[in-house]
Design a protein around this ligand. Structure first.
Ligand SMILES: [Zn+2]
Length: 57
């Protein structure tokens, strides 16, 4: 899988998966990418960004 933010390939067992309230799933290679993407989305869709952060397997 690839990082949603920087498109870098994420090695298995690492990274973060974020499940949005609207059903979308994003993968992030690092906490930095996660934060950048969430902040970016928060400005666009404050209602849709809510979700939960889970460890990617
Ligand atoms: Zn990334």
């Amino acid at each position: 899988m690839k990082c949603t933010h920087c498109s870098k390939e994420i090695p298995k067992g690492t990274g973060t998966m974020y499940v949005y309230k609207i059903g979308n799933i994003s993968y992030f290679c690092s906490n930095r990418c996660y934060k950048n993407e969430i902040i970016l989305h928060r400005k666009l869709n404050p209602k849709e960004i809510r979700g939960k952060k889970v460890a990617a397997k």
